[in-house]
Design a protein around this ligand. Structure first.
Ligand code: ATP
Ligand code: MG
Ligand code: MG
Length: 556
């Protein structure tokens, strides 16, 4: 049955594919193995996976490895790991290079049918010319770009089939060494179609670089414009999901398939994802790594899959967010806050609660009628969710609180020591340096007091009985660029945020020692959500603050 199943997404609209048959839909995610996956790729793979599941079809993962100058085997491994992090599992993993033989045959078929020609019009050197080019490209166009822009046919367009076949064969053999690199194969579609994507696009290029999988077997490589539709068709893809900046190229995509007489494919456009204050180009991200502005591709400041997950974003939140974008065609710069707010709703019911006290200038508090001997109590890690488990809190007649809390105490004021009870502030001693900072405080426990009547609910720590207090570092980050949206003409280096990492030392309750790498999202009460990040080089446990979508603490 030809069903179009449309499901309501979280955002309330229907999300479905045209011409989709249950059990027969095949989608694909085609990353180029030239870097790590970022949040834009996550959108693409999640939408592809969503439709494959919804129609009980298949998701193919295909490495689009048509440019040996940019691609490497290790990026295939990292991309597969990134996909696992996203819980995206393909039904198969293939390579465009698996089809180089067939693609080459198809190229020859196009020449035979008069639908492609070999061309040596220069496509690299800017040429002098006066005309009405857009100022952006004026003086920067190569001869080929200039001709395409103005609808001028290449002088090779009228070459005979035999001539083009001979040239293509020479290109393929790596002959014409000097000259060869100049030659390419172009589809003969149109000279002056208003849609410039149809003006005889290049479909094969010479490249003598060794390919990471096929070595020196090929001296010519298909372009994305040719390989993508052909391999989609060969592999049985029924729906090719593409970002809408390719919309002009959709007719070209369909042309390739028609010209070869192979199985047609539906195209479904979605909008490219952008975020404010965010760089998503692999090339620029690589420069941030190379310049040491971040620690690596998994840096929590990075919009890479690794970076955002390390910072505490859940795959569930990502998925919901991407489906909310759904079929929207608007290319907007989205706010990170809305994604983090969604994430907070997901982590809040499960994140265990711990306490940390900033170390700098922290204040000792004597609890006058406190316990003569320290004792412990077992408490829930999450008051509203017993499934999260329990923790052990130590009580003692000497505790520590943060300077800001102590500074706000007024003599005689009744406050609440969280998870303990009320106390009345009896004494407050100040540092003698005139700085106004509090040295120590004395309180009287007042356990019969009503915690609902106090304004200040204070987190505090007593040294644990059996374990030393835990030294931790709290980390927070700012955006790596200072401009909301980089424009084409902007030199990105002018917009690098000088200082983007903020570290604070704290002591935490000993229960944080039980936080595991696999279950690393938690909350320091009154501070925020954190992602446990292992031990730093100084041996301290490190916790990365997870933004919660409210006006960011530092990055606003
Ligand atoms: P980059 O420009 O960052 O290098 P790319 O588009 O060249 O990215 P590919 O590996 O070719 O990277 O992309 C694989 C798939 O991911 C493509 O189908 C592409 O449409 C999609 N994709 C890439 N970037 C985004 C984005 N910002 N938003 C949505 N989809 C994206
Ligand atoms: Mg690409
Ligand atoms: Mg790109």
């Amino acid at each position: 049955a030809n069903t179009t199943r449309a499901k309501k997404t979280a955002a309330g609209f229907s999300l479905g594919l045209p011409n989709a048959t249950l059990g027969e839909v095949v989608t694909r995610f085609p990353p180029e193995p030239s870097g790590y996956l970022h949040i834009g790729h996550a959108k693409a793979v999640m939408l592809n996976q969503y439709f494959a599941r919804m129609y009980e079809g298949k998701l193919l993962i295909r490495f689009d490895d048509t440019n040996p100058s940019k691609e490497k085997v290790e990026f295939e491994e990292t991309i597969l790991e990134d996909l696992r992090l996203l819980n995206a599992v393909g039904d198969s993993v293939t390579h465009t290079s698996d089809y180089f033989g067939q693609l080459h045959d198809y190229a020859i078929q196009l020449i035979h049918s008069g639908k492609a020609y070999a061309d040596d019009t220069d496509s690299t050197m800017p040429v002098e010319h006066d005309c009405s080019c857009p100022p952006k490209s004026h003086g920067k166009l190569s001869k080929m770009a200039y001709e395409r822009f103005h609808g001028i046919p290449s002088s090779r367009r009228s070459a005979t089939t035999e001539e083009s076949l001979r040239r293509f064969s020479q290109m393929s053999l790596g002959e014409l060494e000097q000259d060869g690199a100049k030659w390419c194969l172009r589809a003969k579609i149109s000279v002056d179609n208003p849609n410039k994507a149809l003006r005889d696009p290049v479909i094969y290029r010479c490249n003598s670089t060794l390919h990471h999988r096929t070595g020196d077997k090929w001296k010519v490589y298909p372009t994305y414009d040719f390989a993508c539709p052909v391999v989609d068709s060969i592999e049985g893809v029924t729906h090719a999901l593409r970002t809408n900046e390719y919309r002009d190229r959709n007719p070209q995509y369909h042309w390739m398939i028609e010209a070869l007489g192979i199985r047609p494919v539906n195209i479904w456009d979605f909008s490219r994802l952008n975020f404010i204050y965010t760089v998503l180009s692999k090339r620029k991200l690589q420069q941030f790594v190379d310049k040491g502005l971040v620690a690596g591709w998994d840096d929590p400041r990075f919009p890479t899959v690794r970076g955002i997950i390390r910072r505490g974003l859940t795959v569930d939140a990502l998925q919901q967010f991407m489906l909310q974008q759904g079929p929207s065609q608007a290319i907007l710069s989205l706010e990170w806050d809305s994604l983090w707010a969604l994430n907070k709703k997901i982590i809040d019911p499960k994140a265990p609660r711990f306490w940390a006290i900033l170390k700098d200038n922290c204040v000792f508090v004597d609890v006058l009628n406190g316990p003569t001997e320290p004792f412990t109590k077992t408490l829930p890690k999450h008051k509203k969710n017993p499934d999260v488990g329990t923790k052990v809190t130590t009580y003692s007649n000497r505790i520590v609180v943060e300077q800001v809390d102590a500074a706000a105490f007024e003599l005689g004021e009744e406050i609440t020591l969280m998870d303990w009870g009320n106390a009345i502030v009896r004494d407050k001693k100040f540092a003698e340096d005139g700085s106004g900072s509090v040295l120590s405080v004395t309180v009287d426990l007042h356990l019969e007091g009503d915690f609902k009547a106090t304004k200040k609910k204070i987190t505090w720590l007593a040294p644990a009985l059996d374990r030393p207090s835990v030294e931790v570092t709290l980390l927070d980050y700012d955006y790596i660029i200072t401009k909301k949206k980089l424009e084409d003409g902007d030199n990105w280096e002018d917009f690098i945020t000088p200082n983007t990492e903020f570290r604070e030392e704290a002591i935490a309750d000993a229960n944080v020692l039980d936080v595991q790498a696999e279950d690393r999202i938690m909350q320091f009460e009154r501070k925020g959500y954190y992602s446990y990040d292992g031990r730093g080089s100084d041996g301290r446990l490190e916790f990365i603050r997870i933004p919660d979508g409210r006006a960011a603490s530092l990055a606003s």
